[in-house]
Design a protein around this ligand. Structure first.
Ligand code: KG4
Ligand code: ZN
Length: 337
């Protein structure tokens, strides 16, 4: 079964053709990062407008690269939630138009389910159940994939997402957007033990909270700046990266041990982090757990992961009508993880 998938939840306009949930025939991602960089973060209205301009070309490129005609796809999938509402609406409406014109079924996909499914592309043998850490610019979740379309949320961030904290830390250190990659680079030459940064406590031990960590770093930078001191960027980046990655790793592994999950996976843009990949790999090895990590190209937003999840949604009968709407929230009615 060939699915044409469309993803426009944030600042990447993406389309892909995916066969049977596992085989990527094409994946096209047009990033808007250079434009948003000037503002230090994604500007929602600009993102929506660029999606409107790029979506047709990106979709045509995905079909062409996979040597598939629109008439030959079996269904069209689209990210319907969560994300920037104006950005999501562009993809949803475009997908509906294609479905009407080509008489294809429409499959709505939850963006976080899509991130989890990036692992099905990377690891053909992976099947649920497994425990997944999803860490991106908008989300930080520990989710148990009970089945391909059945999930239990074990923990989530109570404030900032991990990627958001990386981006804000990078900004205060004078690094460019998106900050995660920049912190990762700067940290390589810094001392992770130079600063002892806080590890906020949460009522549910598997929830996350990154705003205290972020604010602590911001306050240190402001204090140093007021005293006219130099900002030790590498040491601060290394200490921040170390603290954030060890919080993520420790909570994820603790959840795995309590739930007796022996298969683990991770997903999302922050999963590209060099130290996080290393820490998760070492911790999984230490506890004899199997760990699946997607390659870098599948960590950030893309439509291939949406096409992968869409296959399983279709198999479960999750088809949308032409009244499909988008939702900015991750857990609105009809849009649960
Ligand atoms: O999954 P993604 O592309 O979009 C969302 O769904 O949010 O994630 C983007 C996030 C950004 O916050 C970015 O700074 C972060 O992923 N990121 C990283 C790294 N590469 C991207 N964070 C830490 N280390 C990295 N190497
Ligand atoms: Zn994402």
């Amino acid at each position: 079964m060939k699915i044409l998938a469309i993803e426009t939840s944030c600042d990447e306009t993406a389309a892909a053709v995916v066969k049977d949930g596992r085989e990527v025939l094409s994946s096209v991602v047009r990033s808007q990062i250079d434009e948003h960089k000037k503002f230090g973060g994604v500007v929602p209205e600009i993102a929506s407008r660029r999606h409107v301009e790029y979506i047709a070309d990106v979709t045509a490129a995905a079909l062409e690269k996979s040597s598939t005609a629109l008439a030959d796809v079996d269904a069209i999938a689209v990210t319907a939630a969560p994300g920037l509402i104006g950005a999501l609406l562009v993809g949803v409406n475009f997908a509906k138009g294609l479905c009407l014109a080509a008489e294809k079924p429409l499959i709505p996909v939850h963006h976080i389910r899509g991130h989890i499914a990036s692992n099905y592309i990377a690891h053909p043998s992976l099947e649920p159940p497994f425990l997944c850490l999803i860490v991106s610019g908008g989300h930080t979740h520990i989710v148990q994939a009970d089945g391909y379309t059945a999930f239990s949320v074990i923990g989530r961030t109570r404030d900032d997402a991990a990627g958001e904290a990386f981006d804000k830390a990078a900004r205060v250190l004078g690094l460019s957007y998106p900050g995660g990659v920049e912190i990762d680079k700067a940290a390589a030459s810094g001392n992770p033990a130079a600063y002892r940064l806080p590890r906020p406590k949460t009522e549910n031990p598997y929830d996350f909270s990154f705003s205290g960590l972020k604010t602590n770093l911001i306050n240190r930078v402001h204090n140093l700046t007021q005293k006219g001191g130099q900002i030790p960027v590498a040491d601060m980046a290394a200490s921040f990266r170390y603290t954030a990655c060890s919080i993520l790793t420790d909570k994820f592994i603790a959840a795995a041990l309590e739930l007796k999950a022996d298969k683990l996976a991770c997903a999302g843009g922050v999963c590209a982090n060099v130290l996080l990949r290393e820490m998760l790999t070492d911790a999984a090895k230490k506890h004899g757990l199997e760990l699946f990590i997607p390659p870098i190209w599948l960590c950030g937003d893309n439509a291939a992961m949406i096409g992968a999840q869409a296959y399983y949604e279709f198999m479960a009968g999750n088809i949308a009508g032409m009244d499909l709407n988008a939702s900015a929230a991750a857990d609105a009615a009809g849009f649960r993880i």
